[in-house]
Write a new protein. Structure first.
Lengths: 226, 300
């Protein structure tokens, strides 16, 4: 197992860049905290029905995601070099059939949350009351109308096992108004919190907070996209 | 006689009773027909409201959790509106569902273009791994639905229901079945096209074969039936030529002639009845007869 400090080195294996700007690492801390402290899953639990599910909805810039998966030994570090090349299993958008531990293939925006709603429903229908479904979206990804269908519906039916993490780097052209993203979710019945997106303790606390009976939103605020 | 939609709802409700992994996802349409099933299985009979993208994505999520979802609404909203969800949230995720549409082609002739999707099968043809079943009679629906759920580990199915129906049901058969043996041309009638085809070819010396299964297409069956004549007419209740590529592939390597009948590509901008639209598209018995006779004469 690698440490948090080693993640950027793993990213360098993929990108060749020694330094990574805020945009490439906007999700890095959230991903690390999820896999290090929150998700009850692991490379030995890939087919365990009781594992927590993590759905990377936005799918863009997945170097941080692959670095965390390598650090947590879901994939060998030798896969990281050649990222995006013909023989690689790791593309610019992840494919669940190619990468162990990747729960959904993503890239086209606005699919992860609606899939997560179905997955949360399905786990409950199978009597699996413990596992949680975490969906990571970007603030601009929420522009996609399919998310709105999912937000209103999930709030109305009250899926307690669903948690959305919105990484907010203020990249949406029109934003979410004075109340931010969380107001948009809260009006549909979600419980919501906003935390600093680089603060591991705050992230862990928000992501493991006791449920309120309905779906939960955690907004992870990071540096604005330049 | 009950219509295909009612028969489907009853059959799907029974399947949800029998199979703890079967699920139904709706977007308001037909929710009344599933009220009892939803009361019995609130966790597996879901109505997401008027949200077709969500309906298909939820099916994908249910399938990721190991369930076997049946997804149902009006054809244009199921296949066209939610097409990227079908492509990505089912096929690309490598999970499967049974998609069941109502409102085939011009069933809703009076409702206009917004409620018509004769392109549905052609569009789904672009998604790998979809079987397509087109029942020709309500009595064929329960068996096809059960079969589709049975093969869900291997393939998704599009079950295309229609208000149009043949006069009687035929036993289910996975490929082309000969209804009438002739010596020359083979006329393939898909789903509810069988009765009009039989009326059309009355005294002509042609073979009529019926199928509900258009994907996978029974290429081997067509090759055998067309072995002597090499002359084939496809009569499909959706976009004309939808299965032409499959028939051509089956007959590649031998001289053959193919006529593809179906719904035309131009937007009619007419209301009226399904009978009227069938005539406009040349899919009533008279229109089919005219096309077949012209085709045979042109090759003589």
């Amino acid at each position: 197992m690698r440490s948090y400090a080693e993640l950027t080195g793993l990213m360098t294996l993929m990108t060749g860049d020694e330094k990574h700007g805020p945009s490439a690492t906007s999700t890095l801390d959230v991903l690390w905290v999820l896999y290090d402290q929150v998700l009850r899953t692991g490379p030995d639990r890939l087919d365990d029905p009781g594992r927590d599910r993590f759905l990377l909805s936005k799918g863009h810039g997945p170097a941080a995601y692959y670095a965390v998966l390598a650090a947590k030994e879901f994939i060998p570090e030798s896969w990281l070099e050649g990222f995006g090349s013909a023989g690689s299993r790791l593309g610019y958008h992840p494919d669940r059939t190619l990468v162990p531990g990747v729960e959904i293939g993503s890239g086209s925006l606005g699919h992860g949350l609606p899939l997560g709603v179905g997955l949360a429903h399905g786990l409950l229908a199978r009597g699996l009351l413990t596992p949680r479904v975490f969906v990571l979206v970007g603030d601009a990804e929420l522009d996609e109308g399919s998310n709105n269908e999912a937000i209103v519906y999930a709030g109305a039916v009250g899926l307690p096992n669903l948690c959305v993490i919105a990484v907010d780097n203020r990249s949406s052209s029109y934003g979410w108004g004075p109340g931010g993203i969380e107001a948009h979710f809260a009006v549909s019945g979600w419980s919501a919190a906003r935390v600093p997106g680089r603060d591991h303790a705050a992230l862990a606390s928000a992501l493991t907070a006791a449920g309120t009976g309905g779906p939960r939103l955690v907004v992870a605020e990071v540096e604005a996209k330049s | 006689m009950s219509d295909m939609r009612s028969v489907f709802a009853a059959a799907a409700s029974s399947l949800v009773d029998e199979d703890p992994l079967a699920a139904v996802v709706l977007a308001e349409i037909s929710a009344d027909l599933f009220a009892k099933a939803a009361a019995r299985h609130p966790d597996r009979v879901l109505n997401v409201g008027i949200r077709e993208q969500l309906m298909v994505s939820v099916a994908g999520g249910l399938a990721l959790a190991g369930l076997r979802p049946i997804v149902h609404t009006y054809a244009p909203f199921l296949v066209e509106r939610a097409f990227e969800q079908v492509k990505l949230d089912l096929a690309h995720q490598d999970v499967r569902a049974v998609l069941v549409s109502i409102g085939a082609s011009y069933d809703a002739a009076a409702s206009g273009r917004t409620h018509q999707a004769p392109e549905d099968v052609a569009l789904l043809d672009t998604v790998p791994g979809f079987a397509v079943q087109v029942p020709g009679h309500p009595d064929e629906v329960p068996g096809l639905l059960r079969g589709a759920l049975g093969v869900l580990d291997a393939t998704s199915t599009y079950l295309r229901l229609s208000a149009e129906s043949n006069r009687s049901a035929l036993p289910l058969w996975p490929g082309l079945q000969v209804v009438r043996q002739g010596r020359s041309t083979v006329v393939v009638a898909v789903g509810p096209m069988l009765s009009p085809v039989l009326d059309a070819v009355g005294d002509l010396d042609v073979t009529v074969a019926y199928t509900t299964t258009v994907r996978p297409f029974d290429g081997e069956g067509l090759r055998e039936l067309a072995a002597s004549s090499g002359v084939v007419v496809l009569v499909e209740p959706y976009l004309a030529g939808t299965s032409a590529f499959a028939a051509s592939a089956a007959l590649a390597g031998r001289a053959h002639r193919l006529l593809s009948l179906g719904v035309g590509r131009s937007e009619l901008r007419r209301y009226g009845t399904p009978e009227y639209h069938a005539a406009l598209h040349g899919l009533d018995a008279m229109g089919i007869r005219r096309s077949v006779m012209d085709f045979l004469a042109s090759g003589a």
